[in-house]
Structures are given as C-alpha cells and as structure tokens.
Design a protein around this ligand. Sequence first.
Ligand SMILES: CC(C)(COP(=O)(O)OP(=O)(O)OC[C@H]1O[C@@H](n2cnc3c(N)ncnc32)[C@H](O)[C@@H]1OP(=O)(O)O)[C@@H](O)C(=O)NCCC(=O)NCCS
Length: 161
Amino acid sequence: MVRIIRINPGDSLYAQEVALREQVLLRPLGLDFGRFVELFPGYEDRFEHFVAVFDHPAGQRVIGCVLLLPDEPERGVGKLMQMAVDPQRQGEGLGRRLVVELECRGFGELGLRELYCHAQRGAKGFYEKLGWVREGEEFSEAGIPHVKMVLVAPDEEEGLD
Ligand SMILES: CC(C)(COP(=O)(O)OP(=O)(O)OC[C@H]1O[C@@H](n2cnc3c(N)ncnc32)[C@H](O)[C@@H]1OP(=O)(O)O)[C@@H](O)C(=O)NCCC(=O)NCCS
C-alpha cells in the first residue's frame, strides 16, 4: 500500500526524500542537494514536504515527493517544487495523488488563492492532466526549457464569473 503523508526535515523519512530528489531531479541537471540549497537559500526550511510512502516488509520506502512553498512570491500564492516519482513507480498515479494532496493543503488549510510551478517542458502534459494551465512563454531554468503552470483555487475561479 502507498500512503501520501506530510513530513518535516526532522522525520526519519526525510533522508530518503532528499535521495529521491537527487536521483530523479538534481543529478540529471548536474546538481546535488547542497547545490540546490545554495541556489534556493532559505527555501528548505520553508517547504512543506509531501511524500509517497510504500510500506515494504523491510521498512518504509519513499517513492515519490513534492514540496509546497507557501506565500511565494507573495502572500496567498504557493509554489510547487521538486515533484519526483521513483522511475520504477511512474505511471501509477502517484504523481497525481501527491499534487492533489498539495492542492488540498494549499487551497484548504492554508487558504491560498493560487498555486504555480516551473514545469520542465516534458512534464507540462502531466500538470495539464491535473487541470493546471500554462501561463506565458517558455523560459530557461537550470539550463533546460521550462513553462510556468498555474492552478487557481476553485472558489477564486467562481468569483471570476
Ligand atoms: C512527471 C512525473 C512527476 C509524473 O508522475 P507519475 O506518477 O508518473 O504520473 P501519474 O501516473 O500520476 O500521471 C497522471 C496523469 O498524467 C499523465 N502524465 C504523466 N507524466 C506525463 C508527462 N510527462 N507528460 C504528459 N502526461 C503525463 C499520465 O498519463 C496520467 O494521465 P491519465 O490521468 O490520463 O492516466 C514523474 O513522471 C516524474 O517524476 N518524472 C521525472 C521528474 C519530473 O519530470 N518531474 C517534474 C519536474 S517539473
């Protein structure tokens, strides 16, 4: 069984989350976790960490993660970062479950009005499947093409009518 839970950096599962981020996201860009912390100073302490945990007989294993940075770049807006699923477990709906959990937290408990992320070009379709909408032109980040993807809180959308 795979559960989606929220952890903090003091949790025993945090080291596995960091290892997954390095494997899936950072090393392919020539980065490691230390360099990520340098590039985004102060972020790691502000993130809310969501992980997909597989209850393996030999112990719990983190097989997916996504991070939420609330009130970035301004109050009421949240940034999704570090979305990663173990390559052997991709295509099973775990990415969707992680983002839905992040949306529920962001729009529900935190009362954010908008979420956004900088999606790698190849992942744009994943966010579109979840209802996120592209905003603006493609841009380069960490040396590869990205697009900004946005999701507005459901009640904010109704307010636009
Ligand atoms: C992108 C990623 C997070 C998706 O996670 P996942 O668990 O494999 O995705 P899911 O199984 O939850 O897919 C949900 C839906 O999105 C679709 N989808 C998944 N990845 C996609 C992609 N790269 N492009 C287009 N659609 C995609 C799935 O087909 C599925 O569609 P369905 O609802 O019609 O069946 C995962 O593949 C990954 O970690 N990739 C490498 C790292 C990466 O690119 N991270 C994002 C950086 S911005």
